[in-house]
Design a protein around this ligand. Structure first.
Ligand code: R5P
Length: 291
């Protein structure tokens, strides 16, 4: 049975349709004191051991502290219902960018959460984690699925002499895979610097040749939109034709959309690891292959 976290309901339904797992109905309840109770609502009253002989697949993007708690509660509810095996799919793992202590005194938050999640599951599946090494933080087997090959799907056909550009060197692999999936074009990367105290981002296009070309900016996450809006502005300073953005996780917090539009965005698409209006591409087929 697939047990969706509240931020992964559409993807869970698609995953159920793509596999032979039932889609469980989950109730997201909050008590008056703010405590959460995330419960499998599709079990009959008094039914115990309802998942005996069955695998429970918790699918939960952890976009917030509450979402992390929902995930842990769903794992526990699955065990309580005597599931034979619990698999935890984390389409978007929050806190993943806190993967080291950047200053003395800081926690490695990603590791802390991975350890907690490991206690309630037999295995974990991550989609395009920020760093592949994130998988090592889990105490149970952890597979990663890359969504890079799907990012080109929504792009218009007939892009003009396209070049797929990562805003920093770390994302060049994902840009190359998106280019390969599109079938033609160049691949390049910019140099990015972020001031971690102010959050300010500067993007330097270096020697990338972008004038009169359609550029597809590719990254794993668009969060505040600072990276991409800086990159789009840098492209327009270099006489780019059109600037598109594709990403795996369209977090798009705060005024990210406004920043991107103001910078001169031609179009943005992401996947359904997060449920947003730009989540046009589903990762369900990729996950179905791993279940
Ligand atoms: C960072 O290394 C990531 O790949 C993204 O570039 C970053 O998280 C995007 O964040 P924002 O949209 O806030 O600039």
């Amino acid at each position: 049975m697939i047990l969706p976290g509240s931020h992964s309901q559409s993807l869970s339904a698609r995953l159920a349709a793509a596999t032979d797992h039932r889609l469980g109905r989950v109730r997201y309840h909050e008590f008056p004191d703010g405590e959460l109770c995330t419960a499998i609502d599709s079990l009959e009253d008094g039914e115990t051991g309802a998942l005996a002989g069955e695998e429970a697949v918790v699918v939960a993007s952890t976009v917030s502290s509450d979402a992390n708690l929902e995930l842990l509660q769903l794992q526990d509810a699955a065990r309580e219902a005597a599931a034979d095996r619990v698999t935890t799919v984390i389409p978007y793992m929050g806190y993943a960018r806190q993967d080291e202590a950047f200053k003395p005194g800081q926690p490695v938050s990603a590791r802390a959460l991975a350890r907690a999640i490991s206690t309630g599951t037999d295995r974990v599946i991550l989609v395009s984690p920020h760093e592949p090494a994130l998988a090592d933080f889990f105490d149970v087997p952890c597979d990663t699925v890359s969504a890079a090959s799907r990012l080109a799907e929504p792009l218009p056909e007939g892009l003009n002499d396209p070049v797929f550009v990562a805003p920093d060197e770390g994302a060049v692999d994902i840009a190359e895979r998106a280019r390969d999936a599109y079938g033609r074009g160049g691949a390049d990367y910019f140099e990015k610097e972020r001031d971690y105290d102010t959050g300010e981002v500067t993007v330097n296009p270096g020697s990338a040749e972008v004038a009169d070309r359609d550029v597809v900016l590719v990254d794993d996450i668009v969060a505040t939109g600072s990276t991409m809006s800086e990159a789009i502005s840098a492209l327009h300073n270099r006489e780019v034709n059109r600037a598109y953005v594709v990403c795996v996780h369209p977090l798009l917090v705060g005024n990210a959309r406004t920043k991107l539009e103001a910078a001169g965005l031609a179009g943005i698409w992401g996947t359904d690891t997060l449920e947003r209006d730009v989540s046009d591409t589903s990762v369900a087929p990729l996950l179905a292959e791993r279940l």
